[in-house]
Ligand binder design. Structure first.
Ligand code: ATP
Ligand code: MG
Length: 158
């Protein structure tokens, strides 16, 4: 169905904020209103939760996580930006593999199975979207997703 993204993201982040407060990590958002895509709400929420969960988990104490939503060239663009530990150039190509976790010893203390990102990628593609990652070791990571707008689709159809 067609969903209005900003309220869905806002609600998802509010739920996750219950944890971030006690971790001392700021969860910020900058969401452009009235952006609609064709999506299953629960699956879409799962995408956001997985990416934000990673951003929080691989953040440094007192870090900041920012979720952005805006319209660009007929697409909905969503960015999840963290100032965390980052991922090296070598490893960043492997994070989409099932069960892959960067530097096992370091990741083990964070828990997790290494299934989050492969599922995210699958769900994003199911919605006709794409996902990319930019990361700098020690500096932080940004995940960028692009989805076709529901409105643009309508214009084409008419
Ligand atoms: P889970 O299945 O619980 O999500 P996971 O978080 O380890 O476990 P993925 O979400 O697939 O698995 O992520 C794979 C690996 O990529 C992580 O173990 C981590 O090493 C690295 N990673 C993912 N997101 C980030 C991030 N925002 N910053 C730094 N490293 C990250
Ligand atoms: Mg994860």
């Amino acid at each position: 169905q067609r969903i209005d993204i900003a309220p869905v993201i806002r609600k998802t982040l509010e739920e996750m904020e219950l944890f971030t407060a006690e971790w001392g990590i700021r969860l910020e958002r900058n969401l452009e209103p009235s952006i609609r895509i064709q999506a299953d709400v629960n699956r879409f929420r799962q995408i956001i939760m997985n990416l934000v969960d990673n951003a929080l988990r691989y953040s440094k104490p007192q870090g900041k996580v920012l979720v952005e939503l805006f319209r660009q060239r007929g697409e909905a663009v969503i960015k999840v930006i963290d100032e965390g530990i980052g991922i090296s150039e070598v490893e960043v190509n492997r994070i989409w593999e099932r069960f892959y976790r960067v530097e096992k010893s370091r990741s083990r203390k964070h828990g997790g199975t290494g299934l989050g990102l492969p599922i995210v990628k699958h769900l994003v593609e199911l919605h006709g979207g794409s996902i990319e990652v930019e990361s700098q070791l020690g500096r932080g990571t940004t995940f960028v997703m692009r989805f076709p707008l529901a409105d643009a689709e309508e214009e084409c159809a008419s």
